[in-house]
Ligand binder design. Structure first.
Ligand code: ZN
Length: 128
C-alpha cells in the first residue's frame, strides 16, 4: 500500500504538471489505478500533462503553424518529455521564432527600400 513517493503531505495543492501523486484523484480524492488515464469516479484526467497537445510531435506542429513561441508553454507543461527533450524542443522553437522575426524584418526592410525608390522616381517625375 505505502509507496516511497507518498511521503508528501496529503493536502499539497496540485501543482499542475506534477501529475498523479499517490494513486488518488486530485479532484474527488478517491483511489484510482496506476494505469488509469481518467478518474473512474469523476472523469478528471489524472495526468493533465499527458493530453494529445502535449505530445512532442503535436507541440512541434502547433509551434510551426499557429502557436509559435507560445508553444513553449506546452513544452513546459508536458509530462511526455524528458528534461533534455524539453530543452531541445524549447531551443528548436526559439530558433524557429528567431528565424521568423529575422525574415520578417528582412522583408519589411526590403519593402521600405522599394518604397523609397518609388518616392524618388515620383519626385523626379513631378519636378523635372
Ligand atoms: Zn476523481
Amino acid at each position: 500500500m505505502e509507496r516511497p513517493r507518498s511521503s508528501r503531505p496529503a493536502n499539497q495543492s496540485a501543482s499542475s504538471a506534477s501529475s498523479q501523486p499517490d494513486g488518488v484523484c486530485q479532484k474527488c480524492r478517491r483511489p484510482v489505478g496506476d494505469a488509469a488515464t481518467f478518474c473512474p469516479h469523476c472523469g478528471r484526467r489524472l495526468d493533465p500533462g499527458s493530453a494529445w497537445f502535449y505530445h512532442p510531435i503535436w507541440i512541434l506542429v502547433l509551434a510551426l503553424t499557429v502557436l509559435g513561441p507560445f508553444a513553449l508553454f506546452l513544452v513546459w507543461k508536458s509530462s511526455k518529455l524528458s528534461a533534455i527533450g524539453k530543452a531541445v524542443l524549447a531551443i528548436a522553437i526559439l530558433v524557429y521564432t528567431g528565424l521568423c522575426v529575422f525574415f520578417t524584418y528582412q522583408i519589411v526592410a526590403m519593402q521600405l527600400e522599394h518604397l523609397s525608390e518609388f518616392n524618388d522616381v515620383m519626385r523626379r517625375i513631378k519636378s523635372p
